[in-house]
Design a protein around this ligand. Structure first.
Ligand code: RP5
Length: 167
């Protein structure tokens, strides 16, 4: 099933090292056949790339941006400050503080510039992709149906789970 040809989602991350986590998002986008682009955009190491990315996102047709960053995780907030496209922030699990630093950096935005912040690590990356589907699904019934099917499969799988017998 083909929904869209043009790229509608941008997946960005502060470092190549974030990909291990962020691939959980891109794998789900692949599964739902969402056309996306993925690249490294660092708030601190490539600030001009960040500026260009955020400033051109809307005219390039992006509808959602998923931004993963760790530590002093300024990427999602800085992108959100320069575009009105929804930005979903994924806190990467940092080594020093296990991602609590990333979470607080991303979630504590000042009123006026929202970032939809998800959980730390792989769970957050997956949910960022699913939330993206929910947003895109508002304008695309086929994607919303696929998301509904995904949820049903998940429910069925849990209903079939059984615990080991305890003697
Ligand atoms: C952040 O610094 C990145 O998002 C990454 O999570 C963290 C560490 O980056 P590396 O030192 O692994 O490149 O900007």
């Amino acid at each position: 099933m083909k929904h869209e040809d043009r790229i509608v989602v941008g997946v960005i991350m502060g470092s190549k090292s974030d990909y291990e986590t962020m691939r959980a998002a891109t794998e789900l986008l692949d599964r739902f056949q969402v056309p996306y682009e993925a690249q490294i955009v660092s708030a601190h190491r490539t600030p001009e790339r960040l500026y260009d990315y955020a400033k051109t996102a809307r005219e390039r047709g992006l509808q959602v941006i998923i931004a993963g960053a760790g530590g002093a995780a300024h990427l999602p907030g800085m992108v959100a400050s320069m575009t009105t496209i929804p930005v979903i922030g994924v806190p990467i699990q940092s080594k020093a503080l296990q991602g609590l630093d990333s979470l607080l950096s991303i979630v504590q935005m000042p009123a006026g510039v929202p970032v939809a912040t998800v959980a730390i690590g792989v769970a957050g990356a997956k949910n960022a992709a699913l939330l993206t589907l929910s947003i895109l699904g508002l304008g695309n019934e086929a994607w919303m149906d696929q998301l509904q099917d995904f949820r049903q499969e998940q429910t069925n799988s849990v209903l079939q789970d059984a615990l080991p017998t305890i003697f």
